[in-house]
Write a protein that binds this ligand. Structure first.
Ligand SMILES: Nc1nc2c(ncn2[C@@H]2O[C@H](COP(=O)(O)OP(=O)(O)OP(=O)(O)O)[C@@H](O)[C@H]2O)c(=O)[nH]1
Length: 495
C-alpha cells in the first residue's frame, strides 16, 4: 500500500513535468517553424529583388537605346555633338548608372567595316574605342546581325570591353539597329536593306551590380552565368568569391533572366550573415526557460503531493524525539548517573508503594542499608576513577543477588539500599543480605588491580521495625551504623 502511494507521489510530478515539457517542445517547434518561414520569406524576397533589379536595369538600358534610335529616326544627319548632347540629356537624372559607354556604329555596306563612329561620354576611357570595326569580333558581330534582323535589342555573350585589358572584367554589349527612316522595316529582308547602323551600350557586369547594390549584397551570395547552364567558364559575376567554402546554405535557388535569344542564369544562396540576421534567441530562450520551468514545476508538484506525508513523517519523528527526550529526562531524574541504579527519589516511591501493598496484604517487606567499608581508602589509594569502577562493579554484583521484583538503589557515595517488597519473615532478608556480603567479599579486578571490600548492612522489617517508610528507613539506617560500630563487615537487624 505504502509502495503504491509512493509510486503515485512520484508518477504525478513526472507526468506534470513531461506534460509541460511537451508543451514547451511544441512551442519551441512552432517558434522554429515560424523563424524558418520568416527566413524563407526574406530569402524569397531577396531573390525576387535581385532578378527584378537586374531585369529592370537592362530594361532601362533598352529604353535608352530606343530613345537614341528615335534621335536617328528624326534626322538623317545626327552629328557627334547632337549624339553627345542627346546622351547627356538622357543620363541626367535617369537611372543609367553602371553603364560604361553609349555608342553609335555606322553600317557601311556588305563586306565593309562597321567602325564605331560616336562614343559618349567622350572620356579618356572610351575614346580609344572610336573607329574599331565591331564586325571583326564574332560575338559582337552575331549580336549586331541579330539586332539588325529582329529590329529588337540583342545582347552579346560575355565579352571584354575594347578599352579593357584582355584579362579584364566580364562585360556585355546591347545592340539596337537603326534603320533608314524612309524605308520599310516590316521583314528581316526589309530591315537588312534599310540598315543605317546600331546604337549600343556596353557595361561591365560588376559595375552593373555595384550600381544596384553598392559595396555588397546583403546576406545572399549571387552568381551570374552567361547562358542557361552554369559553368565556371561562363561566369559573369560572383558577389562572394569563395562562397563554396562556406557551410552549406539554408536556402539556395536558381533563377533565369531572359533576353531575345539569350539568357543569364542567376544562382542565389544564403550566407551565414543572412542566417544570423534572424536570431534564434527566442527559440533558445523557449528551450532553456521551458526546460527549467518544467523541471521546477515537476519539483513543485512533488513538493505539493508529498507535502502532507513529509509533514506527517516530520511530526512523527519530532514526537518520537520528544518522547525519547522525556524518557531520558525521567530516567536521569530517577537514576544515579554512575551506576544507573534507581536514586533516592525513585526508591522512596517504590518503598511507599511496597509498604502500602504489604499493609493491604498484611504481608512483610524488608529494607536493607548497605554501606561499603573504608571506601575512602580505595579512592585515596587507587584514585577516584578506580573508585567509580568499583562502585559500578559492586552494584552489578548486588543486583545479581536480587529478584526482578526487588529494588537496589544508590542513595549516597558508597551507600546503597535494598527493598525486598514481599518476604515471609526476617530469614528471607537475612538470606539475601548473606548473599550480598558473600558476593562483595569476592575480590574485584579493576584496571589490573585486585581490590577487596566488605559492607556493613543494617536490616529493618516491615511492619515490626517501622510502620511507614520514614521510620523503617531510620531503623535500618541505625542498624547499619551499629554494624559499623561493632567493627564493620557485619549484618545487624533493627531493634
Ligand atoms: N569514587 C567515588 N567515590 C565516592 C563517590 N561518592 C562518594 N565517594 C567517596 O566515598 C567515600 C565514602 O566515605 P565514608 O562512607 O564517609 O567512609 P568510608 O571510607 O567508606 O568508611 P566507613 O566509615 O567504613 O564508611 C568518601 O571518600 C567519598 O568521597 C563516587 O561517586 N565515586
Amino acid at each position: 500500500m505504502k509502495t503504491l502511494g509512493q509510486l503515485r507521489d512520484l508518477l504525478l510530478p513526472i507526468a506534470v513535468g513531461l506534460f509541460t515539457l511537451t508543451v514547451v517542445g511544441w512551442l519551441w517547434w512552432h517558434e522554429r517553424q515560424s523563424l524558418d518561414a520568416n527566413l524563407r520569406a526574406d530569402f524569397d524576397f531577396s531573390v525576387r529583388l535581385a532578378s527584378t533589379r537586374i531585369e529592370q536595369r537592362v530594361a532601362n538600358y533598352e529604353q535608352m537605346l530606343r530613345a537614341a534610335r528615335g534621335l536617328f529616326d528624326a534626322s538623317d544627319h545626327v552629328s557627334r555633338d547632337n549624339f553627345s548632347a542627346f546622351v547627356d540629356s538622357l543620363t541626367q537624372g535617369a537611372e543609367f548608372s553602371g553603364l560604361q559607354a553609349f555608342m553609335y556604329t555606322r553600317w557601311q555596306g556588305e563586306g565593309k567595316a562597321a567602325p564605331i563612329l560616336y562614343v559618349a561620354p567622350d572620356s579618356a576611357d572610351n575614346l580609344p574605342a572610336l573607329g574599331y570595326n565591331l564586325l571583326d569580333n564574332p560575338a559582337r558581330r552575331s549580336a549586331m546581325l541579330l539586332a539588325r534582323d529582329s529590329g529588337e535589342i540583342a545582347i552579346t555573350p560575355r565579352v571584354k570591353l575594347l578599352t579593357d585589358q584582355p584579362d579584364g572584367p566580364a562585360a556585355v554589349v546591347i545592340y539596337l539597329a537603326v534603320y533608314d527612316r524612309n524605308l520599310p522595316v516590316d521583314s528581316p529582308a526589309a530591315r537588312q536593306a534599310a540598315l543605317r547602323g546600331w546604337v549600343h551600350t556596353a557595361f561591365r557586369i560588376r559595375d552593373l551590380m555595384a550600381s544596384l547594390y553598392g559595396e555588397g549584397i546583403p546576406g545572399v551570395a549571387i552568381r551570374i552565368h552567361d547562358g542557361a547552364v552554369a559553368t565556371p567558364d561562363n561566369l559573369l559575376f560572383e558577389s562572394h568569391p569563395g562562397a563554396d567554402q562556406l557551410p552549406p546554405p539554408r536556402f539556395s535557388t536558381t533563377e533565369y533572366i531572359s533576353f531575345p535569344q539569350h539568357s543569364w542564369t542567376l544562382q542565389i544562396r544564403t550566407t551565414p550573415t543572412f542566417e544570423e540576421r534572424h536570431s534564434r534567441r527566442s527559440e533558445h530562450i523557449i528551450a532553456v526557460a521551458g526546460g527549467c520551468g518544467s523541471v521546477l514545476l515537476g519539483l513543485f508538484t512533488w513538493l505539493l503531493v508529498t507535502g502532507r506525508a513529509r509533514a506527517h513523517a516530520r511530526a512523527q519523528a519530532m514526537t518520537r524525539e520528544l518522547r525519547e527526550s522525556e524518557e531520558r529526562m525521567r530516567h536521569m531524574a530517577q537514576h544515579d548517573p554512575l551506576t544507573q541504579l534507581p536514586n533516592r527519589a525513585l526508591f522512596s516511591d517504590r518503598l511507599r508503594a511496597a509498604l502500602a501493598r504489604a499493609r493491604r496484604d498484611r504481608g512483610s517487606a524488608g529494607l536493607m542499608f548497605v554501606d561499603l567499608d573504608h571506601f575512602k581508602g580505595v579512592n585515596d589509594a587507587c584514585g577516584h576513577a578506580v573508585g567509580d569502577k568499583l562502585l559500578v562493579a559492586a552494584s552489578a554484583r548486588m543486583r545479581d543477588c536480587l529478584r526482578e521484583s526487588d529494588t537496589l538503589a544508590r542513595i549516597g557515595g558508597d551507600e546503597f539500599v535494598v527493598l525486598l517488597p514481599r518476604i515471609d519473615d526476617r530469614t528471607d532478608a537475612e538470606l539475601v543480605a548473606g548473599r550480598i556480603r558473600a558476593a562483595l567479599a569476592q575480590p574485584f579486578a579493576i584496571d589490573g588491580r585486585e581490590l577487596s571490600i566488605s559492607a556493613s548492612i543494617g536490616i529493618g522489617i516491615f511492619p515490626e521495625h517501622g510502620a511507614d517508610d520514614v521510620s523503617l528507613m531510620k531503623s535500618a539506617d541505625d542498624a547499619m551504623y551499629r554494624a559499623k560500630d561493632i567493627g564493620r563487615d557485619q549484618l545487624v537487624f533493627a531493634d
